[in-house]
Write a protein that binds this ligand. Structure first.
Ligand code: HSE
Length: 323
């Protein structure tokens, strides 16, 4: 008998122009504990887990069963625990982290028969796009593409001097609603605009040419259409660089906004105040957080359950939780 604890990073997707293809892991985490049990039970810790299913319709349980099916093993009963400091439905990849955490935990529980690439394929098909799941699974920055059957990716190490500031509005926005706002067709001019920006952004991040980020993070594919859902967003994207940001984007499908910032910047306080004041002017309460790019994917601990009391998940991770 053993238990597996997986710590998996949050992510920001799109990075502006790289809709459904670029992602970066961030230093905010979810923890999933899984063990084989006689009867399926759940312990979901923390306020924001309240209301999530604690039966076999639970996402973690369903994703774990997908792994077992792929591996050809039968493990119907599980004990699952979860704690997450990633805010839900805010554009920081909470569902991707849960999917990746469940895939990695379930795979580790049965001796890791599935390759990392296989987990990426399963995660992408489940989520419907590879950007968030790829970042959470591999860490760092990923450039990816999915054709509906196979997802490919390249991982880049984040530039050493890159930090990020996120402004997390106090309201939730579902990815489904934010995708619904998108047009079904784009002009050739806008497509060319985005290809140029996205290519430039990947090259700038790969070579550390942070001065190019300002222009490279611009987007005409999704942000203009989603702006109406996040009052203040257009102003922030247009002016964040005037307040010390290297560039700014909607994080994933939003509503969180993310600014890329040079770690050594002396204008961090100014930028934070600009984001908060702009949102406040629109009547939106928000919290800001400084997050670092997370260089690695999930950390996995496998321990034997040897009859006696094992430390509880929350006792185990309390030193790591930010607050
Ligand atoms: N690429 C996705 C989108 C990320 O923008 O809709 C959201 O999960």
């Amino acid at each position: 008998m053993k238990r597996v604890i997986v710590k998996v990073p949050a992510s920001t997707a799109n990075l502006g122009p790289g809709f459904d293809s670029l992602g970066m892991a961030l230093s905010l985490y979810a923890w999933i504990e899984m063990s084989i049990a006689d009867k399926t039970t759940f312990r979901l810790h923390g306020e924001q887990m309240k209301g999530l299913p604690t039966d076999r319709s639970n996402l973690i349980y369903k994703v774990a069963q997908l792994v077992f099916k792929e591996a050809g093993v039968h493990v119907p009963e599980l004990h699952i625990e979860m704690y997450s400091e990633i805010p839900l439905t805010r554009g920081l990849g909470s569902s991707a982290s849960a999917i990746v955490g469940a895939l990695v935990a379930a795979n580790a529980l049965i001796g890791s028969p599935l390759s990392e690439d296989k987990l990426f394929q399963l995660a992408t098909a489940w989520e419907g796009h590879p950007d968030n799941v790829g970042a959470s699974l591999f860490g760092g920055i990923i450039a990816s593409a999915w054709d509906g059957e196979r997802a490919d990716y390249v991982k880049l190490a984040p530039p050493a001097s890159l930090s990020t500031l996120v402004a997390i509005p106090a309201f939730q926005l579902s990815t489904e609603k934010a995708r619904h706002a998108l047009p079904s067709q784009l002009s050739m001019a806008d497509a060319v605009f985005n290809i140029g920006r996205s290519s430039l952004l990947v090259a700038a991040l790969a070579t550390g040419e942070l001065g190019l980020i300002r222009s490279a993070m611009r987007d005409r594919l999704h942000q203009p259409y989603r702006a109406a859902l996040i009052p203040g967003m257009a102003h922030i994207l247009d002016h964040a660089c005037d307040h010390g940001a290297l560039g700014a984007a909607l994080s994933g499908a939003g509503p969180t906004l993310i600014a890329f910032v040079d770690k050594t910047s002396e204008r961090k306080e100014e930028l934070e105040q600009f984001l908060l004041a702009t949102l406040k002017k629109e009547g939106i309460e928000a919290e800001t957080r400084w997050l670092e790019p997370c260089k690695e994917g999930p950390q996995v601990i496998i321990e034997a359950l040897a009859g006696g009391a094992s430390p509880l998940l929350m006792d185990r991770i309390k030193g790591e939780i930010k607050r």
